[in-house]
Design a protein around this ligand. Structure first.
Ligand code: MG
Length: 206
């Protein structure tokens, strides 16, 4: 090991001294050992561990199924907000605060709904059944007209047709405008829009 050999190895390995050969052997052994150890670890999965893994997997699956079922049940039970009554595809709120037709309309729109629109005889029967339990009160619905000579229309702008029911007149004098509709027990009447009354809001269920 003369000074000439030391110079040769200096170009490849920075910290090589006269014991350079011994160091290289240790490094190469370390590299070859490590993969052997890790391969052994992966192959040595014992049956108890597999059983635990499978059991945990089944538990996860069961939990997932339960969560999905509860989620679906939750969605069906909350098709309408609290205090709203569901019927067919709509949610109805029977408001027990006394307000004018205009104020009732605003209140419904603040709740993401409109004053009631009666589209079918089924809906009319449902509303009658609900309203008849309050014989001392009337409920504003989404019927109005601009002037006594004009046609009645619903809140969505559609014109009222008398196929399902008639609007009974309560105006005693012609000069008193009764341009808003309400339901009392089982009949719909025209009424002075400023009379404070209960009201019915309707919106589509989820
Ligand atoms: Mg309707």
């Amino acid at each position: 090991m003369g000074p000439h050999k030391t110079m040769e190895y200096h170009s490849d390995l920075e910290n090589v001294d006269e014991d350079g050969y011994t160091r290289l052997d240790f490094t190469s052994q370390g590299i070859t050992r490590r993969p052997v150890v890790s391969t052994k670890g992966a192959q040595a999965a014992s049956p108890p561990w597999r059983l635990i893994a499978v059991t945990l997997g089944i538990l996860c699956l069961v939990t997932l199924v339960i969560a999905v079922v509860l989620g679906v049940l939750g969605i069906f039970s909350s098709l309408c907000p609290p205090k709203w009554i569901i019927h067919e595809k709509s949610c109805y709120l029977f408001s027990m605060s006394l307000e004018s037709w205009q104020r009732s309309k605003i209140r419904c729109s603040q709740l993401g709904s409109n004053l009631l629109k009666i589209d079918s005889s089924k809906e009319l029967d449902f509303i009658k059944s609900q309203v008849s339990s309050h014989p001392d009160h009337s409920f504003w619905i989404g019927l109005s007209r601009r002037q006594s000579e004009e046609l009645w229309h619903w809140e969505d702008g559609s014109t009222f047709s008398s196929n399902l029911f008639q609007i009974r007149s309560t105006a005693i004098q012609e000069n008193l405008p009764h341009n808003c509709g309400w339901i009392h027990v089982s009949s719909i009447y025209d009424q002075d829009c400023y009379v404070p009354s209960y009201s019915i809001c309707e919106k589509l269920s989820k």
